[in-house]
Design a protein around this ligand. Sequence first.
Ligand SMILES: [Zn+2]
Ligand SMILES: [Zn+2]
Length: 169
Amino acid sequence: MTSERIPWDQYFMAQSVLLSLRSTCTRLEVGATVVRDKRIIAGGYNGSVSGDVHCIDDGCYVVDGHCVRTIHAEMNAILQCAKFGIPTEGAEIYVTHFPCLQCTKMILQAGIKKIHYLKDYRNDEYAMALIKQVGATVDQVTLSKKYFAELQLGEEEIASVEEAPQTDQ
Ligand SMILES: [Zn+2]
Ligand SMILES: [Zn+2]
């Protein structure tokens, strides 16, 4: 079978989709991957502060219609860079949902110049204007099935994963 090599955009966005499956808040499952020079330097999903309870166990902590317990995926990914001292200047970010205004401001202030997102989600007008204002770019990525057909997840790969012991939370 001849196969087409997966393009970087598809690969990095798929990584964010995988990360979103780790989300601990049921209201929205978001994943974010920070990329620099075609290498993944950090990743995050929306979840609680380490050490706090999870929304999936204790329910969301809702104030004014928003769950305030979780840190957004984009913020978690960028904080991972802060924690380990990884520069984000000139990096790109792949997010499963259009970032909220707060995350957009943080992304831009961290020096990230390219924002790629999968799904429209309450796309904020001011966020969009800011992206243009600072000379950054935003584009929507559409995942194409043809690049993932070879994975055949659900057959031998999944069977071996299910047998593996669960080691962490
Ligand atoms: Zn929640
Ligand atoms: Zn956000």
